[in-house]
Write a protein that binds this ligand. Structure first.
Ligand code: ZN
Length: 241
């Protein structure tokens, strides 16, 4: 059993398609999605329907929640707010209801998935350091939990000597430790690496690996500009930030 862990697609269809092709090459048998399917990018409908067709455990992200509701956007980053308002107009009522009904946290085959953190999943806190990771570990009842939200793939491990954290390429799961793993972003990476990111989790060999893939950034950028979305959302993709 090998899972593909998908997160923060953000309506970027070119990146999603390249990732899904790679999951086949990696012989993934199962999928999960950690939310932020929509928001920022130009293809919310296509990305949403592609994820729905996977029929996999999915949790809600903050952008999914904002785009599927009428939450007041005062105080939001104007760029994010513009993209949310645009996305709200694209989605059908049925699609918005589907997004709204997603849970914040889900158990899957002995591991857990969440968009942000396990301590206050509906508050959308960001985990960049050991202190924030420690708060989430207190609520983690499985050896492994995957998250997204920061668009920065950092892995945290809690072992007998405390918590370690950092960027990773492969993580071998060891007994007696807990792992809180950010899988990075498919559609809008922010670790200064513009390549789409996703993880595989091989449950037979207890191995987590991150994969980085080139995709047609120029096409996504062209679509963002043509849709009238904030141009910065196009520019940032080639810088991975
Ligand atoms: Zn996101």
């Amino acid at each position: 059993m090998k899972f593909a862990i998908l997160s923060d697609i953000h309506s970027n269809l070119e990146a999603l398609q390249v990732v899904l092709a790679d999951t086949k090459a990696q012989q993934c048998t199962h999928y999960v999605c950690l939310g932020d399917i929509v928001g920022y990018g130009p293809n919310p409908l296509e990305c949403l329907e592609t994820v729905r067709a996977l029929n996999c455990p999915t949790v809600i992200g903050n952008h999914d929640e904002y785009c599927a509701s009428e939450i007041d956007l005062t105080g939001f980053n104007p760029m994010a707010a513009d993209a949310i308002k645009w996305t709200r107009k694209q989605l059908s009522d049925e699609q918005r209801t589907w997004l709204r009904n997603l849970k914040y946290v889900r158990p899957v085959e002995g591991f857990t998935i969440v968009h942000s953190t396990l301590d206050l999943p509906e508050k959308w806190a960001y985990v960049f350091d050991k202190l924030a990771a420690a708060s989430s570990f207190n609520y983690q009842h499985t050896p492994v939990c995957f998250n997204g939200h920061t668009h920065v793939p950092i892995g945290f491990v809690r072992g007998p000597t405390g918590i370690q954290g950092g960027l990773y390429t492969r993580i071998k799961i060891e007994v007696g430790r807990k792992y809180f793993i950010n899988v990075g972003s498919i559609g809008q990476p922010r670790d200064r690496n513009p390549k789409a990111a996703y993880c595989t989790y091989d449950l037979i060999n207890n191995l987590i690996e991150i994969h980085r893939l080139d995709y047609d950034i120029a096409t996504t950028q062209k679509k963002i500009r043509a849709a009238g979305l904030p141009p910065t959302l196009a520019d940032r993709l080639e810088h991975g930030r």
